[in-house]
Design a binder for this molecule. Structure first.
Ligand code: NDP
Length: 524
């Protein structure tokens, strides 16, 4: 049987700190003028092109031993008196202790947000609010390298992603929404926009700062004040964002951050003096929140899970599509709600796509998230690693074929190799449930109609991808896919101007663009 759950092995040259660059000379130089047969063209270079380690410096990063709550513009001890550990998933070392807010702490945060709303923020002109958001955006840019390193240490994501994707997008969200502050009337011609009041915002661990920016920037731009709860395993960067709010002299209480576990989130959802709940997380918790909020005055947006179809037609540029498959499922260790986790390949190109995919995953570097060459970092937590292993086991037991590269994982930390399954049927758990890890389920189809039917045959509807040479086919397919976001000949591209959100059990409401503003406004 194939290897499934990764075993602890001694760190390899690729992954361990003990790595040394090795240069091996070609015994017989390759004559590049002679065309290579397909077998020779495989992307298997052995260890000849190994990368030398390129670790990002982190000794200058100041991680506090203890992070308190951020309420009323100050860092305050939790009334609960409790703290929990935040672990670096790549090393299993404790980074810091995080305050565990209880219902009393949440109540103080809500009161502080209400005072700030009534006395300052709702009275301030849009132009003035915009100045604060611009200032915050610039400070984020200034500190982006430090924040990126912290994000990678706390969450396990690779530095190249936190540095080149997360942080630029975090700043972009504040810049974009800063521009809207004094132009809300133009976003909704003929309507009178009013803020809602206090927004309670709960976010997951896969894009900690980015999710905070997606929530805070539009809420503040529209004149609301906020109580934000980061995820338990990734709270540190949110507290550094709180320091930026202090530095930007954001009026006290406009943003309050309460760290904690699920119970802290529940206290926010159940608090009577909150006007809007914005939640990003699992469908299971989203449904619970929906039930709690039903029948109250609270407005609600839910950004939940997904199981996106990435559809490759025979006329697609195959090499490009394979790169799209890679970024679709292995980006951020597959911890992406819109990950292209179900691959549908048209039968005629199944063999070359699988061959290229198998070769390509062999070249992905798994290991230290702070190494600039790493493609796949650490799985966010032991719990998430166990969940991935369990679902992969179910796939093997149900008869699908597991394909994994030959590699050794670091001896410490939570890591999982890039993997994919062939021989998957729609009834397999791995075709239906969100794995939220670097594991892809591959299926085939014959006609466009079959692709659409199979892609839509799932309770989720967050995102999808289509790969074809024909523009007309793109329009035809895209209009029939029940997914909030559909990418054509690309995948996982984000922009603050573009609304993001789901259908069906992937939730409702949009974040980003003018649609995202509407979620934080009363439009008369
Ligand atoms: P969870 O739903 O477990 O948690 C999300 C947040 O809700 C966390 O802050 C969590 O706290 C908190 N929470 C847990 N229980 C409750 C409760 N009863 N009431 C209120 N809040 C609660 O999701 P994960 O953090 O595991 O994130 C992964 C999920 O998020 C995936 O399903 C993914 O698809 C989805 N997601 C969706 C996105 C989208 O835009 N649609 C984007 C990113 C992720 P704690 O961490 O302490 O448990």
């Amino acid at each position: 049987m194939k290897k499934r759950c990764p075993k602890r092995k001694v760190a390899s040259r690729k992954n361990g700190a003990r790595t040394r660059a090795v240069i091996v000379r070609e015994e017989k130089p390759i004559d590049y003028r002679v065309p290579l047969s397909p077998a020779q063209r495989r992307l298997n270079f052995g260890d000849r092109w190994d990368y030398a380690p390129a670790p990002e410096a982190h000794s200058y990063i100041k991680i506090k031993p203890k992070y308190e709550l951020f309420i009323g513009g100050k860092f305050v001890k939790p009334r609960s008196g409790k703290y929990f550990d935040s672990i670096n998933p790549a090393t299993e070392e404790t980074l810091a202790e995080i305050a565990d807010a209880n219902a009393r702490d949440v109540d103080l945060a809500v009161k502080s947000a209400r005072r700030a709303y009534n006395n300052v923020w709702s009275k301030m002109s849009g132009r003035e609010r915009g100045k604060y958001l611009y200032r915050i955006a610039r400070l984020i840019q200034e500190k982006s390298r430090e924040l990126a390193v912290l994000e990678s240490m706390d969450g396990g994501k690779t530095i190249k992603e936190s540095r080149d994707v997360d942080l630029p997008l975090v700043a972009a969200h504040f810049f974009y929404h800063a521009g809207w502050c004094d132009k809300l009337k133009y976003a909704f011609p003929g309507r009178e926009p009013h803020p809602l009041g206090v927004a309670g915002q709960i976010i997951p661990w896969n894009f900690p700062l980015l999710m905070a920016a997606w929530k805070l920037a539009p809420a503040l731009a529209c004149g609301n004040t906020c109580v934000l709860k980061p995820a338990e395993t990734t709270s540190i960067t949110a507290m550094h964002l709180a320091e930026i709010f202090q530095e930007a002299e954001l009026p006290k209480g406009v943003v309050n951050i309460v760290t904690g576990e699920g119970e802290t989130g529940r206290a926010i959802v159940e608090h009577a003096n909150i006007d809007k709940i914005a939640f990003t997380g699992s469908t299971e918790v989203g449904k619970r929140i929906f039930r709690t909020v039903a029948g109250t005055k609270k407005k609600l947006t839910l950004e939940l899970g997904g199981k996106a179809a990435n559809i490759i037609f025979e006329d697609a540029p195959i090499d490009q599509a394979v790169e799209g498959i890679i970024s679709g499922i292995y980006f951020n260790q597959g911890h992406v709600c819109c990950a292209g986790s179900r691959l549908f390949v048209q039968e005629g190109v199944f063999a070359p796509v699988i061959r290229k995919l198998r070769d390509r995953i062999q070249t992905l570097r798994v290991g230290n998230p702070l190494d600039k060459n790493t493609d796949i970092g650490a799985i966010n937590s032991r719990m998430q690693l166990d969940k991935i292993c369990k679902l992969v086991d179910s796939g093997v037991q149900e008869g699908a074929k597991l394909i994994q590269p030959r590699l050794r994982l670091p001896a410490k930390g939570y890591f999982y190799p890039p993997s994919f399954f062939t021989g998957v049927t729609m009834s397999h758990r791995i075709a239906q449930e969100e794995i939220f890890g670097p594991v892809l389920s591959v299926m085939t189809f014959r006609t466009p109609e079959e692709a659409i039917e199979r892609a839509n045959n799932i309770p989720y509807g967050l995102s999808a991808g289509v790969w074809t040479d024909k523009g007309s086919k793109i329009f035809k397919i895209v209009n029939k896919l029940r997914a909030g976001v559909v990418w054509a000949n690309t995948y996982n591209k984000f922009d603050p101007t573009s609304p993001f959100g789901g259908y069906k059990e992937s939730g409702f409401g949009r974040e980003g663009g003018a649609h995202g503003l509407a979620a934080y406004l009363q439009l008369n």
